[in-house]
Design a protein around this ligand. Structure first.
Ligand code: NAD
Length: 436
């Protein structure tokens, strides 16, 4: 039976390399339509947890995962030996940047080398990790073709960018369209056919480069627009008499040609912050400097510093001595309703404040603890007493679980960087982009 038939009959065995925020929801969605999913992760704790039917990701419930594990529709492994059994392998490994913010595609290369050991005819390899244009053809393809097998003839290779938005209750793996770009037409067709089995809409493009670039365009679009509103927020703050949040609410009443983005303490996570650097790095290879990307990064990465400046201004206005101040931080995750703290601006702000104030406590219902260098921070209960005790409450992540009125009623002074507290009459509430 050839690969096309196996896909249509759902007898194809599906490998997923990297079972994190992208890989695990994907595994569940594929298993739900009847395929057997064989997951691989180098993190033993994730493999054990999955095989016990326990999810470690907010968007995948254990209730959803455990029946699939019990039915052996999802099995996780620590090594790549089962790759030979897989007909299709999705690569969902991290693509971080280095200390100097250059792309680090070593995870793609490492997993490619492991897959190559078991590569056989009629296998389809799909790269899902976000990366710079040409990675599929110039980085992964040579690793796989070193086996002597030829892409498009012996095996198939495509890039299918992941678009998942953790915490999004409306758009999930099934309802978010995917873009598919194969190294040959057959590669594209097979990837399109496979993804059409469990995703509502598949958009085929002419090659992996277009698919790679389209993903970067989407994320850079967000980064640039967030930078724009961050800059406008700082401008409104300088002017002193315009509330940026009211401005955005007014602008978004326009039913066309405008899409709201919101200011905040900075950007984080594994995408919006990192991906623009991937493209800027690649562009330099062609003597091309992207002004928009650099400028957006500059504005967004400055925001945690601006939050600290604003906090000290507020301390000054309210006669709080910063060296003796105790702070209660609301939220540590990089955005609302998720547990992800990677590159979180909230943690960056705390890092900047550690030596500048007397005490920092935080609450985040999704983040029980985190470390800054060797210092361990543990989430404390959000009680009236804890709020009252703090000289200032600093809101850095606006999880839906937070009760804005409770925070407002029990705090002495608040700097709200997310517009969680909508009340503009209270003199104790300061926001970014509005002089209270
Ligand atoms: N998280 C998101 O919201 C999101 C959205 C769209 C795209 N992406 C992209 O998807 C990719 C994965 O991101 P993520 O958030 O799922 O990362 P993650 O860190 O949550 O998951 C990656 C997993 O890969 C595993 N891993 C690392 N090296 C491995 C190897 N050599 N072999 C097998 N497993 C290995 C890690 O242990 C981890 O469990 C990245 O390129 C990211 O930019 C992420």
């Amino acid at each position: 039976m050839d690969l096309q038939n196996k896909i249509l009959k759902r007898t194809a065995k599906i490998g997923i390399v990297g079972l994190g925020y992208v890989g695990l929801p994907l595994a569940v969605e594929i298993a739900k339509v009847g395929y057997h999913v064989l997951g691989i992760d180098v993190d033993k704790s994730k493999v054990t947890s999955i095989n016990l039917g326990k999810s470690f990701i907010e968007d995948v419930s254990s209730k959803e995962l455990s029946p699939l594990v019990a039915a052996k529709k999802v099995i996780a492994y620590e090594n790549y030996k089962i790759c030979g059994k897989c007909d299709i392998i999705n690569i969902c490994v991290p693509t971080p940047f280095t200390k100097s913010k250059d792309p680090d595609v070593s995870y793609i290369v490492d997993s490619g080398k492991e897959i190559a050991k078991y590569l056989r005819k009629e296998q389809l390899i799909i790269l899902r990790s976000t990366t710079y244009p040409e990675t599929t053809e110039k980085v992964l393809l040579p690793v796989l073709e070193k086996t002597g097998l030829k892409a498009g003839k012996d095996f198939y290779l495509s890039f299918v960018p992941e678009r998942i938005d953790p915490g999004n209750k409306i758009f999930n793996t099934k309802t978010t369209p995917v873009v598919v770009g194969g190294v040959t037409k057959t590669c594209t067709k097979l990837s399109e056919l496979f993804y059409a089995q469990f995703v509502d809409k598949v958009v085929a493009v002419s090659n992996p480069r277009v698919a790679e670039m389209s993903k970067l365009l989407e994320n850079i679009f967000r980064s640039v627009n967030i930078a724009l509103v961050n800059e406008l927020a700082l401008m409104c703050e300088r002017m002193g008499n315009i509330d940026i949040w009211e401005v955005i609410n007014a602008a978004k009443s326009k039913p066309f040609g405008y899409m709201p983005f919101y200011p905040g303490p900075g950007i984080g996570g594994h995408c919006i912050l990192i991906d623009p650097y991937y493209l800027a790095w690649k562009a330099r290879e062609y003597d091309f400097h992207s002004n928009f990307i650099e400028l957006a990064a500059q504005v967004n990465e400055n925001m945690p510093f601006k939050v600290v400046d604003r906090l000290f201004e507020i301390f000054g206005e309210n006669c709080v001595c910063s060296k003796g101040a105790s702070l209660f931080i609301i939220g540590a995750a990089f955005k609302k309703n998720v547990e992800d703290t990677r590159h979180s601006p909230a943690i960056k702000v705390m890092e900047l404040l550690i030596d500048k104030v007397k005490k920092i406590s935080y609450n985040d219902p999704y983040v029980p603890m985190f470390k800054i260098e060797n210092k361990v921070f543990k989430s404390v209960p959000l009680t009236a007493e804890a709020l009252k005790k703090a000289d200032c409450v600093l809101i850095l992540t606006d999880h839906n679980k937070y009760d804005a009125n409770f925070i407002l009623n029990h705090s002495r002074l608040i700097l709200d960087t997310r517009n969680l507290i909508k009340n503009r009459t209270s003199k104790k509430v300061y926001t970014l982009g509005n002089k209270s």
